[in-house]
Design a protein around this ligand. Structure first.
Ligand code: XLS
Ligand code: NI
Ligand code: NI
Length: 435
């Protein structure tokens, strides 16, 4: 039986690029084939439960703006109603996946046993709904940052009791993710960092973080969870400095602790920008490190310098992100999770659906552009030409040699390199032909 929340909104269909209906797809045809694969299987979209159904519209200056029938979110009956509405939206959109934190889906009881019981109950309630709507779980995760017990961190808290509470919480969330056939399990270190070094033993905290992560990996194997463990980097916010700063930092941390073959990275567009990088930089680096896992798709406002979690709307930027994903072989267990929220003035149920429709269209258009660039091969050809000198035997031999041998060659052969154009504007104009 329908909750009536989305009354008047029909299942979203592909209507073609000429459509002017904000509740129809203009570019996302799940069945369309791109590089021999269905678009739905390329993009692997997921709705983020927290932004769409748990966040009430608060900002630092104001309280809730959304008035939903499942508010206040403090008891199981309304948690079930929220789930009913969420799965109605997944079905309307034809979303193949969703993602959730424990705290998004069950009420906060204030104690561990109560929270775990709520999580077990609501995830049992999800099971048949997932069957019925054909929605899978892209990833589950634990919220180790909202409740005040986590104010000084979770795995990196100076208090071992908080470490214990966090470890027990993650175990419960991994069990729930496993039960629902989740394809990944995510750890975003929301408060794994510090506000001031004056009260922080950075070295000890990093050791605890590594130990915690080893326990997560060990537990994954113990229960036979087939999904991928993912770390989601972010440089700051909420803490002043977060340990999993960016892809480079995370990759180094994983290697230092022997976790590089066990853990991959979930890259969020807004977090990349906060770290002073582009989205495609973070993706390309993770691919190069063999650690690319999944993406959190959103965008930041370029003026505010804050993780604004807006829905994506910049096709050229998103196209470059998917270019590097496709070039790296596409998603394995990962996907495109819309870690994006409405603006707090967008209070209608229709806004929620339209936001996802628009974002799915941006991604579809971007992925098609990325595939067309790869198939055309222009960028790859330009790369091959730029690095062509390295296929010469003497260049390869140099990599096996040493500085003295190279010096001798430079002197003997009178090597005097001439600079060559990087052709950036020509390449930018090339990209513009596809987006
Ligand atoms: C917050 C993060 C969060 C993670 C999941 O900035 O993006 O939403 O994706 O904990
Ligand atoms: Ni984020
Ligand atoms: Ni995220």
């Amino acid at each position: 039986m329908s909750t009536g929340f989305f009354d008047g909104i029909a299942p979203v269909r592909y209507a073609g690029p000429e459509s002017t209906d904000p509740l129809s797809f203009r570019h996302y045809d799940p069945e369309a084939r791109v590089m021999g694969r269905r678009l739905e299987d390329h993009l692997r979209f997921a709705v983020a439960y927290w932004h769409s159904f748990a966040w009430e519209g608060n900002d630092p200056f104001g309280g809730p703006t959304f008035v939903r029938p499942w508010h206040p979110q403090d008891e199981m009956g309304r948690a079930r109603m929220k789930a009913d509405v969420a799965f109605e939206m997944f079905a309307l959109l034809g979303q193949p996946f969703f993602c959730f934190h424990d705290a998004d889906v069950r009420p906060e009881t204030g104690d561990y046993a109560g929270n775990l019981a709520g999580l077990d109950e609501i995830t049992d309630y999800f099971g048949p709904k997932m069957e019925e709507t054909g929605t899978g779980l892209l990833w589950g995760t634990a919220n180790l940052f909202t409740h005040r017990r986590f104010m000084s961190g979770a795995a990196t808290n100076p208090d071992p009791d908080v470490f214990a509470f966090a470890a027990a919480t993650v175990k419960g969330c991994m069990d729930a993710t496993h039960k629902l056939g989740g394809q990944n399990y995510v750890l975003w270190g929301g408060r794994e960092g510090y506000e001031t070094l004056l009260n922080t033993d950075l070295e000890q905290e990093l050791d605890h973080l590594a130990r915690f992560l080893h326990m997560v990996v060990d537990y994954k194997h113990k229960i036979g969870f087939q999904g991928t463990i993912l770390i989601e980097p972010k440089p700051q916010e909420p803490t002043k400095h977060q340990y999993d700063y960016d892809v480079a930092t995370t990759a180094g941390f994983l290697r230092k602790h022997g976790l590089e073959s066990e853990v991959k990275i979930n890259i969020e567009c807004g977090h990349a920008v906060l770290a002073g990088h582009s989205f495609e930089h973070e993706i390309a680096l993770a691919v190069a490190e063999g650690m690319f896992g999944s993406i959190d798709m959103n965008r930041n406002d370029y003026q505010s310098g804050w993780d604004t979690d807006q829905f994506p709307n910049n096709v050229p930027e998103v196209a470059l992100a998917y270019y590097h994903i496709l070039k790296g072989g596409g998603f394995g267990t990962g996907g495109t999770n819309f870690d994006a929220k409405l603006r707090r003035q967008s209070i209608d149920p229709q806004d929620l659906v339209a936001a996802h429709v628009g974002a799915m269209d941006v991604c579809a258009r971007a992925l098609k552009a990325a595939a067309a660039m790869l198939e055309d091969g222009g960028l790859e050809q330009a790369l091959r030409e730029r690095y062509a000198g390295w296929s010469r035997p003497e260049a390869q031999a140099m990599l096996q040699g040493d500085l003295a041998a190279i010096q001798k060659r430079v002197l003997d052969e009178g090597i005097a390199p001439e600079p060559r154009s990087g052709r950036q504007e020509i390449l930018e104009a090339y990209v513009n032909r596809f987006v």
